[in-house]
Design a protein around this ligand. Structure first.
Ligand code: GLU
Ligand code: MG
Length: 421
């Protein structure tokens, strides 16, 4: 078969989808600088495809410039076209970052944390999904039988993640029917977000090659199990030393980690508009799903918004400090990992800057995307993190999406999102 090697450059946009363009790989040297052409209204493409509302109209040119540190070249060795793509930055035509670039948003958050405290955040992102290549049978949860029945999918997925330059940590059959979970090793925030996008795409890529799907929608069916995205994180000083733990602090949190957590809890109801950014996200954030419903911080509790994770088999304080981490559970795969991680870091950095104390009571989380967007709209802090242009564009995008599906019954709503994610 006559074939030409192709490369794709894209970004995981505010719809949480990787979009961009491909070109012959022979053009890569030139494309490393000029990237691919993009336009402002691409940001307004909803997850369903159409642009329903846009402040940008049809005007304007941008480029997505590939980041050499986010290159994926994975040959599944089954005769299919290799996965060759770069994640990149959306830039103005003069090369400066575009104010609505999701990776620029995360970089600004990283900088805000550095300015507030001279700290860096490391993250490891855990993602749940449905693999359609197995039947729904009783006894699936965590079972060896389910692990076996997925056949070679798990091996393909772990190999692809590794070949993509990401360190795989675990793969398991989760609680729900046909539900699986994958985790990758911790990394600095930007590569951790890249890794989450890459792992998602490798799961989709492996499933696709098996003529199946990996479905990451937070609620694939209305009465089923939710698919969460859990962000584990820890704080580190300029020398790389962990500073999240203090054995004498509340729940062993260091003062700076307690401020960070307080910032996240303070902003959390509004933050949901970014970390749980679809109507179906709010079907997951309901009682008895091992998913959060209030802005709480709990020790080793998987129902909490912020969970303090256990330390396993540590022999000394140094090992305890190194393992100690928190888990942010109010996130799902309809969010771009750059946006979710960026919002989390901005909120935590604000908590540190204002030396916020842990709240005495728990705010409830919004129960719909529309309610979350209203909270975001009223948040001066979030507006300052986004900047005015991105803030308006984000709200308009998400409001138009919410309105588009507002009249769908729950089952159909879930099906529409499961088709996309
Ligand atoms: N599936 C749950 C969620 O939607 C999480 C289950 C777990 O604790 O791993 O977040
Ligand atoms: Mg899980």
């Amino acid at each position: 078969m006559l074939r030409e090697d192709l490369t794709f450059v894209g970004t995981c946009d505010i719809a949480g989808l990787v979009r961009g363009k491909g070109f012959p790989s022979t053009e890569l040297p030139a494309r490393r600088k000029s990237g691919i052409g993009w336009t402002h209204s691409n940001l307004m493409q909803t997850c369903f495809g159409p642009i329903l509302d846009t402040p940008f109209g049809t005007a304007g040119d941008l480029m997505i410039v590939p980041d050499p540190s986010a290159e994926v070249h994975v040959d599944f060795r089954d005769g299919s076209a290799p996965e060759h793509f770069f994640l990149g930055d959306v830039r103005n035509t003069d090369g400066s970052p575009w104010e609505c670039c999701v990776r620029a948003f995360l970089r600004r958050a990283i900088e805000a944390l550095n300015e507030a405290a001279g700290l860096e955040l490391l993250a490891a992102i855990e993602q749940e999904f449905i693999f359609t290549g197995v039947e729904d049978v009783p006894g699936h949860a965590y079972s060896l039988s389910a692990f076996r029945r997925q056949g070679v999918f798990g091996e393909m997925l772990m190999a692809a993640i590794r070949a993509a330059g990401v360190h795989p940590d675990s793969f398991l059959a989760e609680y729900g029917p046909r539900q699986f979970e994958m985790t990758v090793a911790p990394n600095a925030a930007l590569p951790a977000a890249d890794a989450a996008v890459i792992a998602r795409e490798m799961a989709r890529g492996a499933a696709f090659r098996l003529e199946n799907r990996a479905i990451f929608s937070p609620m694939p069916v209305a009465d089923g199990s939710g698919n969460g995205v859990h962000i584990h994180f820890s704080l580190h000083d300029a020398s790389g030393a962990p500073v999240t733990r203090d054995p004498n602090g509340p729940m062993e949190l260091s003062a700076v980690a307690a401020h960070f957590a307080a910032g996240v809890l303070r902003h959390l109801p509004a933050l949901c508009a970014v970390t749980a950014p679809s109507p179906v996200s709010y079907m997951r954030l309901t009682p008895n799903r091992w998913a959060p419903t209030v802005a709480d911080l709990k020790l080793q509790d998987r129902g909490a918004a912020l969970r303090i994770c256990p330390v396993f088999d540590a022999v000394d304080e140094e090992q305890r400090d190194a393992q100690f981490n928190l888990e942010f559970r109010v996130c799902d795969a309809t969010a771009s990992p750059y946006m979710a991680l960026g919002a989390l870091i901005f909120a935590g950095a604000d908590g540190i800057r204002k030396r916020l104390a842990l709240p005495p009571s728990e705010a409830t989380l919004p129960i719909s995307l529309t309610a979350a967007l209203d909270l975001m709209d009223a948040s001066a802090a979030m507006k300052s993190w986004f900047g005015p242009v991105f803030f308006e564009a984000y709200l308009r995008h998400k409001r138009s999406e919410a309105a588009y599906v507002a009249d769908l019954p729950a089952e159909e709503l879930c099906a529409r999102y499961a088709d996309v994610y």
